[in-house]
Design a protein around this ligand. Structure first.
Ligand code: SF4
Length: 230
């Protein structure tokens, strides 16, 4: 199929497209979203561990490590009290050990005042002040643990948002990525709870359907209005 002609770019047209996108994506996620252990949790520490593990790592691989790591270090306090060697042992085989170091540093940071239980902040701006937490992870913890209305853009989300809303933008260019973040924020549902499912669904679409290697447009719930469909 050739390129699809785009509707006239009016504000009302853009809002209608965003609404249709959200609805179709949400319905698809209810039907097709995977049941993953971290999706059943709203515990900020468990979400943080899952996000650290999922960076540049396949879900199937993370599943092998996630529960074992949480059994060994079930809370921020237990992780903070661990020796670097113990943390490394539990991470061995997952790669990119810097992620474990950052996780350990976060646990130490939030437990340094001795408050029990230790708490992670819920606002993305506060989360970003913690060691090794960038804008994506801050948004993910705020949305997935605290159900705050927060955008999050990783490579999967950037690709989906660009292909559907702004095909001329290149997620690998910093200036374009900023615009993609702005779009991701603009298309968030109003409530943080709906935002949780919306963000999960965006990531899921990027992981399963609108992937870097292949566009599975025939199976895509938003193909009807997508200018990048094939
Ligand atoms: S229609 Fe194709 S290009 Fe558009 S979002 Fe879906 S999979 Fe991606």
């Amino acid at each position: 199929m050739g390129p699809v002609s785009r509707p006239k770019p009016t504000a009302a047209g853009a809002a209608a497209r965003a609404t249709a996108f959200r609805r179709r994506l949400a319905a698809w996620f209810r039907r097709s979203g995977r049941d993953l252990p971290w999706r059943r949790s709203r515990d900020p520490y468990e979400i943080l561990v899952s996000e650290a593990m999922l960076q540049q790592t396949q879900v199937s691989r993370v599943l092998e490590f996630y529960s074992r790591f949480l059994r060994e270090f079930p809370t921020l306090e237990t992780l903070a009290a661990a020796r670097p060697r113990q943390v490394r042992e539990q991470w061995e085989g997952l790669g990119y050990y810097a992620r474990a170091r950052h996780l350990h540093a976060v646990a130490k940071h939030v437990t340094r005042d001795g408050g029990v239980p230790a708490v992670l902040p819920s606002h993305p701006d506060e989360l970003r002040k913690l060691p090794g937490i960038g804008p994506y992870t801050a948004g993910a913890v705020a949305s997935f643990a605290f159900e705050r209305r927060a955008a999050l853009v990783d490579t999967n989300v950037a690709r989906v948002v660009a292909r559907f809303f702004a095909p001329r933008l290149n997620p690998k260019r910093a200036t374009d990525l900023k615009k993609i973040w702005a779009i991701a924020e603009a298309i968030l549902p109003r409530s943080g709870k709906a935002g949780w499912a919306h963000n999960q669904a965006l990531m899921e679409l990027g992981a399963l359907v609108c992937t870097a290697r292949v566009k599975r447009c025939a199976a895509c719930p938003v193909r009807g209005r997508c200018p990048s469909r094939e």
